[in-house]
Design a protein around this ligand. Structure first.
Ligand code: ADP
Length: 699
């Protein structure tokens, strides 16, 4: 039997698989391929967008530089052509200060000689200072000669001091005065008259700061340096540091015209003083030192910038070579490498006399114009990004870089720094990319197919299971019902035969046979009633005849008749009615059937117990009838199932006790037709209590 059902179930599943799963799978595979194609399309579109974004960033960077070049060319029209190599021009200085991306401004003469704007140069190459040097120093030299002899050869400081002090009022010109005052301060220092020396240096600093002495050293710088040494001698660290700070801030400004060697000299000397003071641990000097160190950093940064610009000037021979017409480079912007540093410069169209040029600061360009443009485009096109130099070293990158996405590389054109822009598409997993509007048709088809398949499989299996279960139940029902019919019929026939053939002589025995035949036929008719009612209810054709009456006689009659029928089996049915009951709306026959089925079950499943209790009472607006036995009980998991059609709980029990599995189903349907409820409390081995609650006013 089981095998047959299994085969049936398998066959249904195979049909289902062939008719639904297989086509769905084929559709699914097609949809999946569609998804993949869709994704490839999405990726291709993404790459195209990235390429376009890269080009846009380049265009914006170029436009930014062009706008600066244009505004520069507007002012150069009215700018005088420079005549010294490192020249000054206030208008150009102003322009340079306004446009931070401009690192320097230069002029390239018609013959290819470069001139550099001195905008913030901390020093100039030494050979540029040599020219200024000669005239001033030669005049004073002869006057100073004697003093130097006494000071340096004879080491007679008082005499030298006297001499210097003597000639001071007689010399003419700032440079000579500064030179002599410097000599006086120096001798005073040698004579250990530190305070007087400091006073003299103060005088130099106040009145002769800009004057160049001894081969083009600004006397103010010498005065400050010497003063700080003197303070150090006096162990006055604070004053020494304050003086050094002043010296450094002057060097940074830059207010002195200084050759490279002197600049380097002053830089190293100030470093020396700073390092000598570094260990002093008082609070004031600590904060001064902090200040000085940051000054030192910015000084060395400006010095680097100066070096960068001067290197460009020093290697100017590359410029004429570069300005050959270049088809790709039509906006006169060039790149070159000097001492390992890259330069980007623009050379504006000029005339025979020469051309003006701008040296661009690549760092500023990157961190400002390019960075801004990247962020703007990234917001619109959603990408992650890196900027790398020609060696592949990263210069700038977004916070997150996806590892598994192949990037799109865009190399900057030759009129921009030699960098490349690496753009990564945003995370677009198979499904993420497909969930974009308009891109998800295949995905939806695929999901739809999967859902249909899953639901189809679920419902098919459930239906198959239900059907198989029902058919099993039905065949079981037929066999048990036939069995139920067979035994009473057999005994009725046997007893009737014996009576007909006069084989039962004694009248008492005859009476017993008649009674038995009556009982068996009653049982049969009850069984038939059950089956007929069940089939009527299944088809929804069962008619009820409700009337409002007292239910007590109905219940007590049934209990009494059951008591009579079962008395010879030893049953004792106790009916408890605590109070008189109000009238209730009910169908008499149906309620008789309910009571009959419940009492029949209580007897059938009573096990060894013979005690049954029936309670009839009213509570609230309900009539409550409960039938309690002390029999075999019902497992908890079967409590709900026993009310289902054909269900018989407990395999062992159902084999020994006759039944059809429809008794309680009928009870439940009748009770529900009365708008009532039925429930069961039961424990295996202890018995069961079925409680029916019927509302007084019915439906
Ligand atoms: P059956 O004809 O099998 O009695 P029912 O629908 O009347 O069919 O009952 C369904 C099942 O409920 C029974 O097979 C039995 O396992 C269980 N059952 C019903 N009444 C009782 C009871 N009083 N005690 C124990 N089990 C019961």
């Amino acid at each position: 039997m089981k095998k047959k059902e299994e085969v049936k179930r398998q066959r249904i599943i195979i049909y289902y698989a062939l008719a639904i799963v297989l086509p769905c799978l084929i559709l699914g595979v097609l949809a999946l391929r569609g998804i993949k194609n869709d994704q490839a399309l999405v990726e291709r579109e993404q790459r195209r967008n990235l390429l376009e974004a890269g080009q846009q960033i380049i265009r914006e960077t170029d436009a930014y530089l062009i706008s600066i070049e244009n505004s520069f060319s507007e002012i150069t029209d009215s700018t005088a052509i420079p005549c010294i190599t490192i020249f000054n021009d206030s208008l150009l200085n102003h322009f340079n200060a306004q446009h931070q991306v401009v690192a320097g401004i230069f002029f390239l003469s018609g013959s290819g000689v470069p001139f550099l704007l001195n905008n913030g140069l901390l020093y100039v190459p030494d050979d540029f200072m040599a020219v200024a040097d000669i005239e001033g120093s030669s005049a004073i030299q002869s006057v100073m000669e004697k003093g130097w002899q006494t000071e340096f050869r004879e080491n007679n400081y008082p005499k030298a001091l006297k001499y210097y002090e003597h000639i001071l009022p007689n010399v003419m010109g700032e440079q000579s005065e500064a030179e002599i005052l410097n000599a006086i301060a120096r001798v005073l220092k040698k004579m250990k008259q530190d305070d007087k020396a400091i006073e003299t240096y103060d005088l130099i600093w106040n009145d002769y700061s800009q004057v160049l002495i001894q081969n083009n050293i600004p006397s103010g710088a010498v005065a400050l340096l010497e003063k700080s040494h003197l303070y150090l001698n006096k162990k006055d660290t604070i004053s020494a540091l304050k003086t050094v700070r002043l010296l450094m801030s002057q060097m940074q400004k830059p207010c002195w015209k200084m050759g490279y060697s002197y600049f380097a000299y002053f830089q190293s000397k100030t470093d020396e003083i700073i390092s000598r003071c570094d260990n002093s641990c008082n609070e004031e000097s600590g904060s001064l030192l902090e200040w000085i160190h940051s000054l030192k950093d910015s000084l060395s940064l400006s010095a680097k910038h100066t070096e960068y610009l001067l290197a460009f000037l020093g290697n100017s021979e590359i410029i004429p070579g570069n300005i050959k017409p270049d088809s790709e480079n039509n906006n006169h912007r060039f790149k070159t490498l000097i001492n390992g540093k890259s330069y980007l410069f623009s050379l504006l169209p000029g005339n025979d006399k020469g051309k003006w040029g701008l040296i661009m600061d690549p760092g500023y360009l990157l961190n400002n114009a390019i960075h801004r443009s990247i962020l703007k485009n990234a917001e619109e096109s959603n990408f992650y990004w890196e900027v790398a130099d020609a060696n592949g070293e990263l210069l700038l990158k977004s916070e997150y870089i996806p590892e598994d996405k192949p990037p799109v590389n865009t190399v900057f054109p030759s009129n921009l720094p030699p960098w490349s822009l690496i753009l990564y598409p945003e995370d677009s997993g198979l499904f993420v990319s497909l969930l974009r509007p308009g891109k998800s048709l295949f995905l939806y088809i695929f999901i739809g197919i999967v859902i249909i398949l899953a639901c189809g499989l679920f419902f098919t299996l459930q239906t198959v299971n239900n059907e198989l279960h029902l058919s099993k139940m039905k065949s079981y029902f037929i066999s048990t019902v036939s069995h139920e019919f067979k035994s009473p019929l057999t005994s009725i026939r046997q007893m009737a035969e014996m009576l007909v053939h006069g084989r039962v002589p004694s009248p008492e025995r005859q009476q017993k046979y008649y009674t038995s035949i009556l009982k068996q036929s009653e049982r049969l008719s009850h069984l038939i009633d059950n089956i007929l009612d069940f089939s009527k209810m299944e088809e929804g054709q069962k008619l009820f005849h409700f009337e409002k009456a007292d239910i007590t006689p109905v219940v007590s009659d049934i209990v009494e008749s059951f008591q009579q029928h079962t008395v010879d089996q030893g049953f004792h049915i106790n009916l408890v009615i605590p109070d008189p009951l109000p009238d209730v709306v009910f169908d008499r026959e149906a309620m008789e059937q309910v009571m009959h089925n419940l009492l029949d079950n209580a007897c059938k499943y009573s096990g060894d117990s013979r005690k049954i209790e029936v309670h009839l009472l009213s509570k609230g607006n309900k009539i409550i009838i409960s039938v309690r036995d002390n029999g075999v009980g019902i497992r908890k998991e079967d409590h709900d199932k026993i009310f289902s059609r054909f269900y018989r709980a407990g395999e062992e029990l159902t084999q020994t006790v006759k039944g059809s599995g429809i008794g309680l189903t009928i009870v439940k349907q009748i009770v529900e037709a009365h708008n009532g409820t039925i429930d069961v409390e039961s424990e295996v081995g202890k018995g069961s209590r079925f409680t029916v609650r019927i509302p007084l006013h019915g439906i």
